[in-house]
Design a protein around this ligand. Structure first.
Ligand code: ATP
Length: 358
C-alpha cells in the first residue's frame, strides 16, 4: 500500500447504503498530503455522504478509509470523529452568537483544556491565517457573511487538523462575495498547507479552487483529475456537458479519449448521418467565425456554413448559438455581434472524442 505521509487520505472502494439506496458506490481516491480536492457532482450524487464518512459522522458498509496509514473506517471499524484529527466547515457557519470572534475560534482548544498565553497565541494565529486578527473582539452579528465563514475556518484550524472538510462553504454567499472568498480559500490553503476536501455542485468553483476534482454521479466516481484535464479531456459525454461550456457534435471519425484535429474533424462532420456515431466535444475557443462566402452556404472541406440563432452580450465577448445544416447547434464566442439569422462560415480547430455516458 502507498505511503501517505502525515495527512494523505486513502479511500478504497468505499460504499454507503441507506436501505435500498446506494448513496456512495465503491468509490476509490488517493489524496496526497496538502492537496486541495473538490468532490463535484449534481445534487444527490453522494458528495456530502462521502464527506460525512471521512469525518466519521457516518459509518461505511464496505471498503476502507485510511489517513496516514491509520484505518479510520472499514466495514467493521469506525474511529469516532474526535479521534480523526479532521475538522469540518459547514454551509451554515454555526457560530455562537453570544461569543466574540476570538471566543468562537478558541472554543475547540478551550474544550481540550488549553488556557493562558498558549490559548491566546493559538487563537491569534488562527485569526491571522484568515486575516481577521483585527476582529477578535467583535460579535458574529457585526460581521459580513464572508467574514463569518472565515471565522468558521479559523475555528476549524485552531486545533491543527490534518484534514479540513468543507461542505459547500460558499453556498450561502452572494456571487461577488463567493469570488472574494475563492481568493481567501486559495490563500488559506497556501498558508496552511492543509489537506482540504471541498464539496460543491458548482463546477466553476471547483475548477477555480482545487488541485484535483473527483466528478461524481449517482454515487460513483466518473472522473478524477486536475481541472485542466477535466476541461480538455473529459471522459464521457456527461462530464463534457457538466464541466465548462461547449457543443457536442456527431462525427464519422476519431476514438474516445483522442483529439481530432481540424481537417479530420471537418471530414468527419461532412459524412452521411448514419456514419456519424462518434460524439465529439468542441469548445468555443476552438471555433473561428468569419463572414460566409457569398457563393456558398454549404459545407466545404475547410469550413461549415451556419446560421446565427442567438447572440448574448457577455461583456468581453458575445456568445453565439449557431445552427448547422445537420440541425446540431454550436456555441461560439465572437468579439462583435453578427445579425440574427445571418449566415457565417465556421472553422473548427479541434475536438475531443467522448465515451458515451454510462
Ligand atoms: P446535495 O448537493 O443536494 O447536498 P449530495 O451529492 O451531497 O447532494 P448526499 O446528501 O450525499 O448527496 O445524498 C446522496 C443520496 O443519499 C441521496 O439520494 C440522498 O437522498 C441519500 N441520503 C443521504 N443521507 C441519507 C440518510 N440519512 N438516509 C437516507 N438517505 C440518505
Amino acid at each position: 500500500m502507498a505511503e501517505l505521509g502525515t495527512s494523505g487520505l486513502m479511500i478504497d472502494r468505499v460504499t454507503k447504503r441507506f436501505g435500498e439506496q446506494t448513496a456512495v458506490d465503491a468509490l476509490s481516491l488517493t489524496i496526497n498530503p496538502g492537496e486541495f480536492v473538490a468532490l463535484l457532482g449534481p445534487s444527490g450524487c453522494g458528495k456530502t455522504t462521502m464527506l460525512r464518512m471521512l469525518a466519521g459522522f457516518e459509518t461505511i458498509n464496505d471498503g476502507t478509509i485510511q489517513l496516514a496509514n491509520r484505518t479510520l473506517a472499514s466495514a467493521d471499524t469506525h474511529m469516532p470523529p474526535e479521534q480523526r484529527n479532521m475538522a469540518m466547515v459547514f454551509q451554515s457557519y454555526a457560530l455562537w452568537p453570544h461569543m466574540s470572534v476570538a471566543d468562537n475560534v478558541g472554543y475547540p482548544v478551550k474544550l481540550r483544556g488549553l488556557r493562558g498565553a498558549a490559548y491566546h497565541q493559538k487563537v491569534q494565529q488562527a485569526l491571522a491565517l484568515v486575516e481577521l486578527d483585527a476582529y477578535a473582539d467583535r460579535m458574529p452579528q457585526a460581521l459580513s457573511g464572508g467574514q463569518r465563514q472565515r471565522v468558521a475556518l479559523a475555528r476549524c484550524l485552531v486545533s491543527d487538523p490534518s484534514v479540513v472538510l468543507l461542505d459547500e462553504p460558499l453556498a450561502n454567499l452572494d456571487r461577488h462575495l463567493r469570488a472574494t472568498m475563492e481568493h481567501s480559500f486559495r490563500d488559506f490553503h497556501r498558508r496552511t498547507g492543509a489537506t482540504l476536501v471541498y464539496v460543491t455542485h458548482d463546477q466553476t468553483e471547483a475548477m477555480a479552487l482545487a488541485d484535483k476534482i473527483a466528478v461524481m454521479k449517482a454515487g460513483k466516481l466518473i472522473q478524477w483529475g486536475a481541472p485542466e484535464t477535466l476541461y480538455r479531456q473529459p471522459r464521457t459525454t456527461w462530464v463534457a456537458g457538466f464541466i465548462g461550456q461547449g457543443s457536442q457534435l456527431k462525427v464519422a471519425a476519431g476514438h474516445p479519449g483522442k483529439r481530432l484535429e481540424g481537417a479530420a474533424l471537418m471530414r468527419g462532420l461532412n459524412a452521411i448521418a448514419s456514419e456519424r456515431t462518434q460524439s465529439v466535444l468542441v469548445r468555443p475557443e476552438h471555433i473561428q467565425i468569419s463572414a460566409a462566402p457569398a457563393s456558398s452556404a454549404a459545407h466545404t472541406d475547410k469550413q461549415l456554413a451556419a446560421q446565427v440563432e442567438s447572440v448574448i452580450f457577455r461583456g468581453e465577448r458575445y456568445e453565439l448559438t449557431l445552427r448547422l445544416p445537420s440541425g446540431e447547434t454550436l456555441l461560439a464566442y465572437h468579439p462583435s455581434a453578427p445579425d440574427l439569422g445571418s449566415q457565417v462560415a465556421v472553422d473548427l480547430h479541434q475536438g475531443w472524442c467522448l465515451e458515451p455516458d454510462q
